[in-house]
Design a protein around this ligand. Sequence first.
Ligand code: ADP
Length: 386
Amino acid sequence: MSDNYKILIIDDEEVVLDSCTEILRGSQYKLATASNGSLGLEMIEEFQPDLVFVDLKMPGMPGLEVLERVRAYDATIVTVVITGFATIGSAVDAMKRGAHDFLPKPFTPDEFRLIIRRALEKRKLILETLALRKEKEMLRANFAAIVSHELKSPLSAVQQNLFVLTSELSGQISSDQLVRLERMKFRIAELLELIRTWLRVISADIETIKENFEEIDIEPLIYTAIESVNSQATRKDIELHVHLDQPLSHVTGDSGTLTEVLVNILNNAVKYSYPGSEVRTEAFNQDGEVVISISDQGIGISDEDLPHIFSDFYSGKQGHQEEKGYGLGLALCSRIIEIHDGSITVESEPGKGSTFRVWLPTCPNESQANEPAIAGFSSSQLEGEL
Ligand code: ADP
C-alpha cells in the first residue's frame, strides 16, 4: 500500500484528536485534524484526504451533514464515522448514507489501525476501479479513432475506385463480371455503414446532437417510423396498430435521432415477429414522461440474452441467422436515449413476444401539449391499423 495516504479526522473532542495523532505518530500516513464540521470541510479541499473520520455528534454542523458534503465533493473519499455507544443507530444510518465503516468510542490503538487499514484498502480498490474505467474509455475512444482512420478511409477509397472502374469498364466486361463488381460495391457500402454506426455508438461526437435540442412533438416521429417499416411488415403479413393518447406531452430532443430509435425498435419488432402477427405502438403520458411502447408477438428474447441486448455487437442466440444484423441497433438506441436523459426498458417472453418502452422526460416549458390533434394525421389514424 502507498506510503502517502492522507487521513483527516473531524471531531470536536480534543482528547480524540490527540490520541489519534499519537497513535499514528511515526506511521507512513499524513494526518490532519479539524475540531468542527465547517473547518473539516475547508480542509478537505486543501488537504485532499483519502480517508475522513467524522464524529457524528458535534456542535455546529452535524456529522451526517459533513458526511454528505464530503461525499458530494468527492464520492471516492472513504468515510468512517466515529460514534459513541449511544449513537450506534445513527452510525447505521450514516452507513446507509454512504459511510464505509464506523469506529465506536472508546477505541484501542489496534482497533483504530485496523479500521484505517480496511478503509484504505477500500480506497485503493475505488481508485484502481476508476483508473481501469478511465483506461477502458480511452481504449474505446482510441479504437474509434483507429477504426475511423485505418478502416474507413481505405474502404472509401476502394469504393470510389470501384465506381470509376465500373463506369470505365462498362461495355467491355461480361454481365457476370459486372454482377461481381456490383456485389463488391454492395458489400463495401455495407461495411462502411457498419463502421459509421459503430463509430456513432462509441464516439462522444453524438453528444453534439444536444446542441440542437428543441421542443418536439413525438407523434409525427412515431408515424414516420411506422411508415418506414410498413413495406417490410406487409411482406410478412404483419399488422401495424397504433394508439396514441391525446394530447401527448412534448419532449426536448433531436427529431432525427429519436426517429432513428423508433425505426430501429420497430424494425426489430417486425424482423423478429412471426408472419401474420401484430405489432402495436402506443404512446402515453406518465408522471412527467412520455412513454412510447412497441410490442410484438414474435420470437421473444431469452433470459440469457435479455441483459445483453443493449451492448455493442450483441446478437441474440434466437432467430434466423439471415435476419440478424450486427447487434449495434439497440446499442445506438440506448446511447441516443441516454443523451435525451431518458431510458429504454424491455419485457419479453420467448415464443410470445417483446415490449420495448422508451421513456422521455416531458419538456419543462411544455406549451402546446394540450392542443388537439396534429396536422398531417387525421384523428382516425390515432387509433387503428395503418
Ligand atoms: P440486430 O441488428 O442483431 O437486430 P440489435 O442491437 O437491434 O441488433 O438487437 C440486438 C439483439 O436483440 C438482436 O440480435 C435480437 O436477438 C434481440 N432483439 C431485439 N429486438 C428484438 C425483438 N423485438 N424480438 C426479439 N429479439 C429482439
